[in-house]
Design a protein around this ligand. Structure first.
Ligand SMILES: C[S@@+](CC[C@H](N)C(=O)[O-])C[C@H]1O[C@@H](n2cnc3c(N)ncnc32)[C@H](O)[C@@H]1O
Length: 155
């Protein structure tokens, strides 16, 4: 299975980098994981930044039209760990299993972006910083594989 995480900016603290690498290593037993980091516009007005960053994402995601695109969005439907796992599990059975998870920029997504036909997933009604969220997403992907493979981890 091929899994991509499209996100903004680089992890800028050692503890973020180490934590993400830990889960990325664990995931590598089950899937090819690739992180695509986009350059975030943050120097203009918030609404302008949001539109520029969201338009960049829409453009980038055109290259992944053969992937299932999952947009991580705080305000969308809440997914339990098991529901999240089902998304990955459903893809696992496809011949060409390709998933892209999208983490938004610090100002979130524009209305235009949210109107695109992407599946949207929330991990709950708390807003996490995008760097920390990258680690939590990686942990949930790893957890999903452990559950799918009936391996001891999830409690
Ligand atoms: C700092 S948050 C953006 C906050 C922005 N005000 C919003 O409402 O989207 C950056 C990104 O992290 C991800 N994120 C943070 N918390 C999340 C959650 N609870 N569920 C899903 N995604 C989350 C989303 O992809 C979000 O676009």
């Amino acid at each position: 299975m091929n899994i991509k995480i499209v996100c903004f900016g680089k992890l800028d603290k050692k503890f973020f980098i180490d934590s993400f690498n830990e889960y990325a290593n664990r995931i590598s037993k089950y899937a090819n994981l690739q992180v695509i980091e986009l350059k975030e516009e943050y120097q203009k007005e918030d609404v302008v930044n949001k539109n520029i960053n969201s338009d960049l994402l829409i453009d980038k995601l055109k290259a992944f039209s053969d992937h299932e695109i999952i947009c991580m969005d705080v305000s969308s439907k809440n997914y339990s760990t098991e529901e999240f796992m089902s998304i990955i599990e459903n893809n696992k059975n496809l011949k060409q299993a390709k998933i892209v998870f999208v983490i938004g920029p610090s100002d979130g997504f524009s209305d235009k972006f949210l109107q695109q036909n992407y599946k949207k997933v929330s991990f709950g009604n708390i807003t996490l910083p995008h760097q920390l969220f990258r680690i939590i997403l990686a942990e949930q992907i790893y957890r999903a594989f452990k559950i799918m493979n009936n391996e001891k981890y999830h409690k």
